[in-house]
Design a protein around this ligand. Sequence first.
Ligand code: HEM
Length: 189
Amino acid sequence: MKRITLASLIICVVVAVSFMPSCKKSSSSTPAAKPTLYDSLGGTTMVADPATSSTAQIEKGRLLIRNIIDSTIFVIAADDSINVYFKTLLMEVGSGNLSGFEELSKNLTDFVCVGTGAKDYTYTGLSMPAAHNPATNPRINGVVSDGAFTEFENDLVMGAGKAGVPSNTPALGSVAKIVESLRSSVVGQ
Ligand code: HEM
């Protein structure tokens, strides 16, 4: 019978080990996290913040959401069918006071960031019913009607378009579903 040399034994062991699945690797590796809607909007990649003159950076997902929000506020401001709700804000802006606009922009941006899965921001504003009830938020001029909510959704799509996001973008469809799911906590409060 042919003798097995030490060299051929070593080769066999090395080959066998290299083809063996590594138990250690498979048990310790965590499954890749499922991408969130926030990820599909740009996610956590840091980019220059065009709103600042310094070298400040901002997450790409947040920047896109903020651009959509700000464009939508401008669309709403020019929409005579619902801008009456924003009377306080429009009066402030008309007199050169941007503090209410900045706070609304931040709150809405935080709200949408968190709602789409962002991990690095928190929403600290009022709940949706409280934000849209004139008794708890004197900044809203009246109780939101069903028709006003639908018009708000149309303005949001238009605002997204102005921010460079076409209405057939899949991620925008997912955001629209989240917005629609909030109808009953905004209307009639
Ligand atoms: C799902 C849809 C909506 C969301 C996510 C939303 C979200 C918000 C948020 C986060 C705030 C700020 C709350 C705070 O300051 O603590 C706010 C305020 C307000 N919302 Fe909405 N909103 C929605 C729909 C609407 C609609 C349909 C109207 C009216 C047509 C409306 C009118 C207002 C007004 C007038 C304010 C106060 C603005 C100000 O501070 O001057 N919202 N909303």
